[in-house]
Design a binder for this molecule. Structure first.
Ligand code: HEC
Length: 116
């Protein structure tokens, strides 16, 4: 009998772990380990920036690792994405991104601008 109680306790705890995992997927991105361009940054840039910053356009392109890194190091990308709404020079022009996306890019810089 005791065995069954232990067994059901284990099964219960397995299920509760599983549902926690599903919940945390819906919360703002929690990054485990170092932020990299390929895993964390590219998708944010693709979604918010390349509509205007495509390759072959008038503006600086932000479509590759080297381009985004160069914009961060030499073109004040970090300053631009942190400007308050309505400030001139703000990127994206339509308004600040969600704070967790801005934080991901700040953390990428802190972690050493890794490609992957
Ligand atoms: C709606 C179009 C649009 C979007 C979307 C957009 N930008 Fe821009 N961006 C511009 C324009 C236009 C300029 C040039 C004018 C200026 O410097 O403000 C510019 C300039 C920049 C510059 C300065 C380039 C230089 O030569 O000094 C950086 C860095 C930049 N954008 C980064 C970003 C990032 C990062 C995103 C996404 C988070 C983004 N932009 C999204 C239109 C856009």
């Amino acid at each position: 009998m005791k065995k069954y109680i232990y067994l059901s306790a284990i099964i219960l705890s397995l299920y509760s772990c599983e549902s926690n995992t599903y919940e945390s997927i819906e919360e703002p991105t929690v990054i485990v380990g170092k932020v990299t361009y390929a895993t964390n940054v590219k998708s944010i840039i693709d979604e918010n920036c390349i509509g205007c910053h495509a390759s072959g356009g008038q503006l600086i392109p932000l479509t590759t690792y080297t381009e985004v890194k160069d914009a961060l190091v030499n073109k004040k990308l970090l300053d631009r994405i942190q400007l308050q709404n309505g400030t001139s020079g703000q990127m994206p022009k339509a308004g600040r991104m969600a704070q967790d996306k801005i934080n991901t890019i700040l953390q990428w810089n802190i972690d050493g601008l890794l490609e992957k």
